[in-house]
Each structure stands twice: as structure tokens, then as C-alpha cells.
Design a protein around this ligand. Structure first.
Ligand code: ADP
Ligand code: MG
Length: 694
């Protein structure tokens, strides 16, 4: 029987194999169109030729004959849950059987398995064989639950395995995909020619990916690097890039506030600075001035390594607005930082310092009223604050520029709230650490970028060392030496989640405090962490900043911007608990003065990863490595709300492709969209969550 061909945008409900109940559940899982279904690719292909019967698995002496991954299919004959005696881990044991024999499977710390698996379930299992107490066993194998009681139709050599998608069991899924592949037909190709060259068309790619013809093809497909993958990833990345580029184009067409330049302005701005700008700072500031004076709305990302002088560029931009009658606001994530920025701004501004106003959530009522009045009247021309700036009671007189420090910690809604207060002010976003270009394009793609790729002169490299816990004494010796010279020290402990307790042996901040008080009995030590009240935090930090306290023991609350030039050594305990970019950011807390500084990590694991910090001080290289190791979601340390989700494309693996797609999108936009592209865009845009930054 021949069925009507379907465009990829058809609803999945047109497939014969899908009843209304399943369709509804699929919709819950985000699968609405044929494209959604087909672009959910298998994550693995099982070669049925490699499927082994249980009876054929053997030991030779104490070792299994098979090395590497073995695939078996069997039925659960017995299932037990218990707790291990020694470490109190949940232990799940399954006895898997087929006609020829049995095999023991064990999982640690996955108690939910005891609820999801049942005696009688058929499992397709992949894992490595180990000699166990009762013969061969697999530890923590991967598995797929096959249809209960049913049989697998071994119609193909390679069985595609899919991640669970709503209610679809393996066989139903395979049937739907097969029907979809057979009936799908292609509209006009909308991918620009230079991207599509050398790539198979969409349907050919999909067929190959769901049903690979041979072994080598299947292995390449698993790696995600074939032309077929590139075809699908290009479509996603191009559609995304086009959307972002359109957004940017839309912003550039809005009329922006024109910040006037005036005679003598340059001189006045220069007078705020005790030194010459670096070449990179000058470039970045010029880009900002061009935006502010051109009548478009600025939306710019200012990137650069720790200490490259971003804050100073931001201050110049704010000063330009303030000096010409407008107001600018600097938003920072914590009150400590807000105070610190306010203090350093005052220093730079000299006799203009009085036009600076701090606004914090923790202010006393009268103080806050006065602050609000100064902001509303326009008397305050520089406003520095935390999220308190988003409150409804804050009204600005002439808000023209908003500088956001550490943008990723502010939510989209908060930004919208602030935008409403000031019409359509200019935005400057400063990232605390360098962001790899591909990721910046994905998250901040509709922002223009200025990069500070040069450090101010005279910076000494920071001596970086990694010590095993049993050699930690050497780190403390260095601290002792620095203290003896009159310097100060940071010690960083990871914040420990209660759920981590007992899993690994971690030294928490209390234990570290006790240790430090033991080693340095005569020394003033302050301890700060995220659970302190704002005023207590400020008091403790204050005693460190003034030099009254010599050691500051902290969780990562000090990561963002604390500036104590006399602090010349930082010790990070359990360095393996931190991302590379985060460590690099921490390292930037020392080396801010004239003295040689030291960054010392203590860690018993992941030495290869941490070694990156010993080898380089280039924040962009560190960021790229961090991204490769941890993936985009973890890169920022917190879940990045603006990160787009792709089905096939991978921001790390496909980063070169993303750069090409972005260029192609700009080009296409300049020339005008084809009908197929405009059409595609309309249908696809909703699928990508763009960073809400315009
Ligand atoms: P970032 O915000 O990029 O980490 P900052 O703006 O805080 O960097 O600058 C780091 C330090 O370098 C500050 O102490 C600042 O005063 C100093 N600094 C910034 N620009 C220059 C410059 N052009 N020459 C000398 N020192 C500078
Ligand atoms: Mg800074």
C-alpha cells in the first residue's frame, strides 16, 4: 500500500502507528512534528552479530575470555535491592537468564533501578565482564528494556538504540521511525549552498542515521562526525544563527538614545584615569563610543581575561553618559562587589564622586529612601547596585546605559524589568571570564562583541602549583612566608552540598578553619560563605580588606571581583571540585599588586585537568578546555538559562560549524532570505530558545 508523502513539518499524528494516547504523551515530551521525531537520533547501534548467548561467556583462569563491551539479551529471573555493608551504598543485583545460562548484573548507588526493573523484563545489556565471587558479572552495565515478553524482530543488522522519548518503547519507536522515513519528503532545500556543499540531503542523512548499512558506518555515526550528522547539525545551527542575526538586525534598526559628545569630554574622561589605557581597552572603548553616538541601541558583550581592565572600560562608558547629562547603572551580583565597585569608582571619579549612588537590598529604610530620591531626581548619575535595582520603587531620571557585570547570574525577567524603567537604554554586558567564541555566539549571538585580549603592562605571572594532599604542608609554608613578609592570604574551600556528605571524603570549611587556626594560631582569620547575612559578610570582608585580618577563608563568594592587592597567595582546597574557568577566575584575585603572587591548588585527583592551570594563564585557552571537558551546560557553573537546545548539533563538537553558520546567516540576511528560508524560519524559530538579550 502506498501512503501519502509527508513534509517534515507534518504532525506526528498522521503516522499510522500512532494512536491518540501515545501522540498526546509524545507531545508532552516535546515531539510534535515528524521532524522532531526523526531528529531524535539513536545514541548507539547494536550489531546483532555481536550479541552473545549467556552460556557462551567464559572465564580463563580468573579473567573473562572477552575483553571490551559484550552485548547480551536475557530475562530478569531475580532482582534484589540491598545496602553494602562497608560504604552503605545502594546495591541492585539482577540475575539475567537466557536458554543457555545466567549472568549476574550489579549496579551501585542507583536505587531507582529497583523500582523500574521487574522480574520478567527483557533486557538488552552492554557492559564489560568482570570476574565476581559467583562467576562472571557486569558492573553498572548500560541496558535497554525491551518489550515485555515480546521478541525482537532482528530485521536489521544494526539495531538503533534511542534514548527514552515519552511513552515510546523500542519497537513502537522503530516502527514509527521506519514509517516516517518512508513517507517523509523534502521541500526545497533551504540551506545556503556553501553550507550544503558535500553534504547529503536531509532525507538521505536521516535514513543513514536511523538505519546504517554497515559496521564502520555505524561506529562513525556514533561519534557524530559524519557528513550525515553535519547536514542535520547545519540545519539546526543555521536556523538558530539566522534567528539570532535577525534579532540583532532588528535591534540595529531601532532608534537608540544618542549620547552626545561634547568638547572637552575626552579630556575630562582621561582625567579620571591614573594610567594609559591598553591598546585593547582603547579599541573597546572606541567601539562603545561609536555605538552610543550613532543613534542605534547598543547591546555589547565586553569580554576579557581577569584583570584585563573591563571594569575600567565600563566606568569610562558610564562616565561618558554621566558627563553628558544622563544616568548609568552598574549591576553586580553581590553586595560585597557593589560596595567595592562603588569605592573604586569614587576613587577614580575624585571630586565627581558625589554623583555616585549605591543601592542595596540590605539598606536601612531611611537610607534607601534617600538613595531612591537621588536616583529619581537625577542627582545620582552613577548608580551601582545589586538586583535591588529591579524593584518597582526604583525610578530613574534619565537612564541611558546599563552595565551588567557577570550577566549570566541575572535572569531574563530582571533585565526586562530594568529595561522598562528607562525606555530603551544601552546595554553593556561584562563577562567575568573569557567565553569561548562558539559559546559566546550561541548564548550572546545577538550582542556585538568587544574583546580585551591584552593585559595592562607590568603584570607578573602568578606562580601556580598543584599539590597532592600529603604535600599540602608546602602550600602552608608558602602562606607562612607571605604572611611573614606582611602579605595576606586567601584560602578557598568548596561549598559542600549536604548530599555530598559521606560520598567522598571532603574537608569542609569548618574543618579547614580548625586546620588553619591550628597552623596559624597567632594570625587573624576571617571566614566568609554564602550563608552569612549581608552586613556580617561586609564586616568580615572589611577586616580583611583593611589588613586587620591576614587570612580570608572563603567559599567561592570571593570568586567575583574582590580586590585586595596585598593578598599574594591563594590556596584552593579540593581543587578538583572546581571548573577550570572558575579556578582561573579565583586565581585572578591574587597578583593584583606589585608583589609576586602564588596560586596553590590541593587535590588528590584530576591532576591532568588541573595541570592546565599550571601550564597557561591564558583565560581564553583555559575556557576552551573547560568547555570541552564539561560541556556548555556546566561551563558557567550554573545552568545557563539562555543556552539553546539542539537535537543533533553539539556546541562543543560542532563549534567550527556554528561559526560558519553564523557567517552564512549574516550573508544571507544581507542578501535577503529566499522564500524557503523565510518559511523555514517561521516554522522553526519557536523551537530554539534564544537568549533574551535584545
Ligand atoms: P577586570 O574587570 O577585567 O578583571 P579591572 O578593570 O578590575 O579588570 O582591572 C584590574 C586591575 O588593573 C585594576 O586594579 C585596575 O585599576 C588595573 N588597570 C586597569 N586598566 C589598566 C591600565 N590600562 N593600566 C594599568 N592598570 C590598569
Ligand atoms: Mg572586574
Amino acid at each position: 500500500m502506498s501512503l501519502a508523502p509527508l513534509p517534515l513539518s507534518s504532525r506526528v499524528t498522521v503516522l499510522r502507528g500512532l494512536g491518540p494516547a501515545r501522540a498526546a504523551a509524545l507531545q508532552e515530551a516535546g515531539i510534535e512534528t515528524l521532524r522532531d521525531l526523526l531528529w531524535n537520533l539513536p545514541y548507539r547501534y547494536v550489531d546483532r552479530g555481536s550479541l552473545r548467548s549467556l552460556g557462551s561467556l567464559e572465564m580463563r583462569g580468573l579473567e573473562p575470555v572477552e575483553a571490551g563491551i559484550v552485548t547480551v539479551l536475557g530475562t530478569i529471573q531475580d532482582l534484589r535491592q540491598s545496602t553494602t555493608r562497608v560504604q552503605h551504598m545502594a546495591l541492585t543485583e539482577v540475575l539475567l537468564g537466557d536458554d543457555t545460562g545466567t549472568l549476574r548484573l550489579v549496579w551501585f548507588n542507583q536505587p531507582y533501578l529497583g523500582r523500574t526493573l521487574k522480574v520478567g523484563d527483557r533486557l538488552l545489556v552492554f557492559g564489560t565482564l568482570f570476574p565476581g565471587r559467583h562467576g562472571l558479572e557486569m558492573r553498572g552495565p548500560q541496558f535497554e528494556v525491551m518489550d515485555r515478553g515480546g521478541d525482537i524482530g532482528w530485521v536489521r543488522r544494526f539495531l538503533p538504540l534511542y534514548r527514552r522519548l515519552g511513552p515510546l518503547t523500542g519497537r513502537v519507536r522503530q516502527r514509527l521511525v521506519a514509517e516516517g522515513l518512508e513517507r517523509a519528503h523534502l521541500l526545497e532545500d533551504w540551506l545556503p549552498l556553501d553550507l550544503a556543499r558535500d553534504l547529503p540531503d536531509t532525507l538521505t542523512a536521516l535514513r543513514l542515521l536511523h538505519d546504517p548499512p554497515d559496521e564502520s558506518e555505524a561506529r562513525d555515526l556514533e561519534a557524530g562526525t559524519t557528513p550525515a550528522h553535519r547536514r542535520l547539525a547545519s540545519e539546526e545551527l543555521f536556523a538558530f544563527s539566522l534567528g539570532v542575526a535577525l534579532r540583532r538586525a532588528g535591534r540595529l534598526q531601532r532608534r537608540g538614545l544618542v549620547v552626545p559628545t561634547s568638547p572637552g569630554l575626552r579630556e575630562r574622561l582621561r582625567s579620571f584615569l591614573p594610567f594609559h589605557l591598553t591598546g585593547a581597552q582603547r579599541r573597546a572603548f572606541k567601539e562603545i563610543v561609536d555605538d552610543l553616538t550613532a543613534g542605534r541601541v547598543m547591546n555589547r558583550l565586553l569580554q576579557g581575561d581577569v584583570g584585563s581592565g573591563k571594569t575600567l572600560v565600563a566606568l569610562l562608558a558610564l562616565a561618558m553618559v554621566a558627563e553628558t547629562g544622563g544616568q548609568g547603572a552598574l549591576l553586580v551580583p553581590t553586595e560585597v562587589l557593589a560596595r567595592q565597585h562603588a569605592a573604586s569608582f569614587k576613587r577614580y571619579l575624585g571630586d565627581q564622586g558625589g554623583s555616585m549612588q549605591l543601592l542595596l537590598g540590605g539598606m536601612k529604610a531611611a537610607e534607601k529612601r534617600a538613595a531612591l530620591a537621588r536616583i529619581a531626581s537625577g542627582e545620582a548619575r552613577y548608580v551601582v547596585g545589586t538586583h535591588a535595582l529591579f524593584q518597582e520603587s526604583v525610578a530613574f531620571h534619565r537612564l541611558q546605559l546599563v552595565v551588567v557585570d557577570e550577566q549570566h547570574r541575572f535572569g531574563v525577567k530582571q533585565r526586562e524589568a530594568l529595561k522598562e524603567k528607562g525606555g530603551d537604554p544601552h546595554w553593556l554586558v561584562m563577562s567575568a571570564t573569557p567565553i569561548p567564541r562558539s559559546l559566546a555566539l550561541a548564548v550572546f549571538g545577538d550582542l556585538d562583541q568587544s574583546v580585551l585580549d591584552e593585559l595592562p603592562p607590568g603584570r607578573q605571572p602568578i606562580t601556580t602549583r598543584l599539590y597532592k594532599p600529603d604535600a599540602a604542608e608546602r602550600a602552608w609554608e608558602q602562606v607562612r612566608r607571605e604572611l611573614a613578609e606582611g602579605r595576606q592570604a586567601f584560602v578557598v574551600s568548596p561549598s559542600i552540598d549536604p548530599s555530598d556528605e559521606g560520598k567522598v571524603q571532603l574537608r569542609d570549611i569548618q574543618a579547614m578553619e580548625a586546620l588553619l587556626r591550628g597552623i596559624f594560631p597567632e594570625v587573624g582569620i576571617e571566614v566568609v560563605h554564602g550563608r552569612l547575612k549581608a552586613d556580617e559578610m561586609a564586616a568580615r570582608m572589611g577586616r580583611f580588606v583593611t589588613g586587620e585580618a591576614k587570612i580570608l577563608l572563603a567559599t567561592t563568594v570571593i570568586e567575583v571581583g574582590v580586590d585586595v592587592p596585598n593578598a599574594t597567595v591563594m590556596v584552593v582546597d579540593h581543587a578538583e571540585r572546581f571548573g577550570l574557568s572558575q579556578l582561573h577566575q579565583l586565581r585572578g584575585r591574587v597578583g593584583r599588586g606589585e608583589h609576586r603572587s602564588h596560586f596553590l591548588m590541593i587535590s588528590g585527583s584530576e591532576t591532568e585537568r588541573l595541570q592546565t592551570l599550571v601550564e597557561t594563564q591564558d583565560g581564553f585557552r583555559i575556557a576552551q578546555r573547560d568547555l570541552e571537558l564539561r560541556g556548555p551546560g556546566e561551563f558557567f557553573g550554573v545552568r545557563q538559562a539562555g543556552l539553546p537546545r539542539f537535537q543533533v548539533a553539539d556546541l562543543v563538537r560542532d563549534r567550527a560549524l556554528l561559526l560558519r553558520c553564523r557567517e552564512a546567516a549574516d550573508r544571507v540576511l544581507a542578501l535577503g532570505l529566499s522564500e524557503a528560508q523565510a518559511d523555514w524560519l517561521k516554522r522553526e524559530q519557536v523551537r530554539f530558545r534564544l537568549a533574551e538579550v535584545s
